[in-house]
Structure formats: structure tokens, C-alpha cells
Design a protein around this ligand. Sequence first.
Ligand code: NAD
Length: 481
Amino acid sequence: MATSTAAPYSDLIIGAAPPNRRRDMIDVRDPSTGKVLHSVPDGTVEDGLAAVAAAAAAFGPWRATSARERAEILRRCWELMVARRDEIAALISAENGKTLADARAEADYAAEFFRWYAEEAVRAAGHLGTSPGGTNNILVSYQPIGVAVLVTPWNFPAAMATRKIAPALAAGCAVVLKPAAETPLTSYLIARLCKEAGVPDGVINVVTTSGSGPVVRAMLHDDRVRALSFTGSTEVGRVLLREAADTVLKSSMELGGNAPFIVLDDADPDDAVEGLMVAKMRNGGQACTAANRVYVHRSLVEEVSGRLADRFARLVVGPGTDPATECGPLINPRAVAKVAALVESAVAAGARVLTGGERPDREGAFYAPTVLVDVPAHADIVREEIFGPVASIIAFDTDDEVVRAANDTHLGLAAYVYTSDLRRGLRMADELEAGMVAVNRGLVSDPAAPFGGVKQSGLGREGGAEGMREFMESKYIATSW
Ligand code: NAD
């Protein structure tokens, strides 16, 4: 049983056990100190199924509301998130460790999904056609799929939740959210704000658990559940796709990335370094879209790597909640050990450390911002998701060579290209095997755009008009008149 140190979070926890029932709890820790911030209920299979039952009961009345009614509630969710932005950001920063600037940006991005889907809710139009042979009319409408299970990671505890909740609710679905055990408090706060905004009881349910495997499996095998929306690692995504096969669930998968960041010979080095600071260092490198492999044209390697190393060396490392911090901790000591091992093996394979390459001498899950050059193409750090503040720079000579290298991975989420020739950049964007390409930008995410990956980076899209379709099914009616 955990000790609870931060009473202010207690009123966030909804669906907790009644006071007369003893239950296990999960410790939520501050990654910059390892100290327990708070504890939340450790949900069981029974809790998961109770949440499914609550969602199933709420689904009928919720789908019966008008699209306009749902839109107005979603709009109020956006307004409340905007009004409480600093509180949300402080909570994200406390449990995830990211800087306050990153946490505020996440709170804004997360809120925006409610505004976007408030606008989309009323536009789920179907269509009317005639069969080519003229025998009948074809009426197509879109209907909410039903109860959806949403499983989210710790790296964007607010945005990954709202990117699923908002389109699901807009479509008329009820949901069970299973957040990561590392960052459950933000999910509870969002669920609380949605309730205040008018979302009826049972439409959003939060189940926190340290036993994700059995709890999620039980929910996916329950016939009342009709969709799974998962964001997390490709490894867990594969497991859940297998589970979802048993009940033939509509599944949407936002999985891992291994984004190439390509600086062509005609790029402005200042712009490229600026973009790289965002693409690499947002959340201290813990983003699925993070630049994982930095391909720089040989003629610019010295200049770009030198400037980047200078910027990295000057970053203020510290607890995310300290306003002066520019690079917070990683999520936990396991993540630090993984990043350290990737750097060590890259160095053993021939990479040179320009800055960083070590754990700072302080408590907490920290790793120093690191720039590596001369990284061999076969190094593990080039093949695996780093998820930390390490930029691996690899030199290249021709456009064809860099496209081949960039596509030489089973993942395909995001990619970045810097060039002063937009035509060349767009041509390369076409050739890159990625669901999203940023040309002369370090940030690709936008609530109005379809976010998602190709190859083993995922199935389906979130955001944009596409995001709502993940929670709907078409109904075709054949008739003649
Ligand atoms: P993870 O796959 O370990 O966990 C994600 C979620 O799945 C968590 O809620 C976790 O508790 C749950 N989970 C873990 N094992 C499970 C199981 N056997 N059954 C059911 N649920 C299970 O990922 P993470 O470490 O939380 O997040 C980092 C990963 O997420 C990275 O690979 C990153 O690229 C990816 N990610 C992808 C996107 C995207 O949009 N494509 C966005 C953010 C993060």
C-alpha cells in the first residue's frame, strides 16, 4: 500500500473505491526526485469490466443526443481546459517531468482537440448515390461504433487522452480510458473537467492499473466493447492487435517512430538547428515524432553539429517544474539506463561525443543533452527509438542515398527535411516512407491534420476529419424509389 503525500490531488480521483473498501494503490512519482507525489487506485479486471458496463449503459443515451448538443459540451471542455491551463500544465510537469513550457504547450494542444471536434461533431455527413446499373439508391450514414477502450502512454498524458476522447465523444461513443500508470493524475483531471463541462456520468471512465495486460485483455474480450484506440510502443501495439483479433475489434494504433531529420546541402544551418532543437528536444526527446536520426549533408556536418552541441551544452537541466529548466528528467531510471546503453554502444561502434554522453551528478532520472557525430548506420541508436535527449548525427552525400537510409526501417511515423528549395523538399517528402513529413519545420503535430504512421508505426489516423471516422462505422441502406 502506497503512502500518499500530496493531498491536493485526492479530489481528482474519480471512480475510486468506496471508503469502506481497502484496495491496492499505485505510486505516482516525480521523475526528478523519485519521490511519491500521490497514489491512485490499482484497478483490477473487475474494475475494468465495471467501467465497460458503465460505458455500455451510458452509450445509448449519449448517442441519442444531437450532434449540436455534443458539440456544445465539447466546446465547454475546451473552454475549461483553456481556463485551467496552468493547473493542467503544472500537473503534467509534476508527474511526467517535462518542462513547464512543454507542459503548457501540451495543455494547449490537448485542449484544441475538444475545440476541433466540437466543430467536426456536426459535420459527420453521409451521402446518397445511385447504383451504376440504376437498380437502386445507395444511402450511407455514419454511426458511432459503440464503447471504445482507449489506452494511452505517459509521454503526452493530456494530449494523447484528448486526441482520443474528443473524436470518440463527438461521434457519439462512450469510452474507458486506461492511462499509463506513470501519469494517471492528468487523466483524472481531464475526466473531472469533462464532467464539469457537462459530459454525462459513464460516458468517460478512467481505469488506472499496474496490471495493464490482464485488465485491458478482459475489456477487449468483452462483447460490449467495439473499438480499441491505442497509443504506445509498437511492441505493445502488436500484442493488443492480437488480443483485438479475438473479438474482431476496430483498432487504431499510434505506435513508435524512428524519425529521420534530413538537412540537405542547400539548407540554412541556423534554421535547421532551430528546427532540430524542437524536433529533438521537445519533452527532452521523449516524443514519438522526435528526430531519432539526424542526417546532415557532409558539407554542413561540422557547422550543424558544432552549433547544435553548443546549444545542447547550454541547456539548463533540472526538474520540469522549475521555470528555469530547459531539459527535464526522463520518465524513470529504466529510461535513463536504456539511453545510456544506446550511447555507450554507439561510442563503442565508433561515434564521437561532442557534448554530454553521461548522467549528470544529481538525483532523479536525468541524462545530459548529448550530441554524437560519426554515428555508424548499423549502430543500435540508429535502429531503435532513443526516447531521450540524444542527437545522433550521420553524414550523407546524395539525396538518393539519404532517402534510402531514411526508409531503411520498419517504422514510418514522422520525417523532417530542411532545404532552401521547396520543390526539392516536397519531392523528397513524397519519397519518404512516413505518415507525416515536416518540410522546414521542427513540429508536425496539428489537431486539424491526420496524425499517424505507415509501416509498423500504426494503423489509422488521429486528428483532422479522419480522427472521428475511427469511432464510426458506415451504414449503407439499399432502396429504390
Ligand atoms: P507502452 O507501449 O509501454 O505503453 C503504452 C500504454 O500501454 C500504457 O498505458 C501501458 O500501461 C499500456 N500497456 C503496456 N503493456 C500493455 C499490455 N500488455 N496490454 C495492455 N496495455 C499495455 O508505451 P510508453 O512507454 O507508455 O510510451 C512510449 C511509446 O509510445 C513510444 O514507443 C512512443 O513512440 C509511442 N508513442 C506513439 C505516439 C503516436 O502517436 N504514434 C504518441 C506517443 C507515444
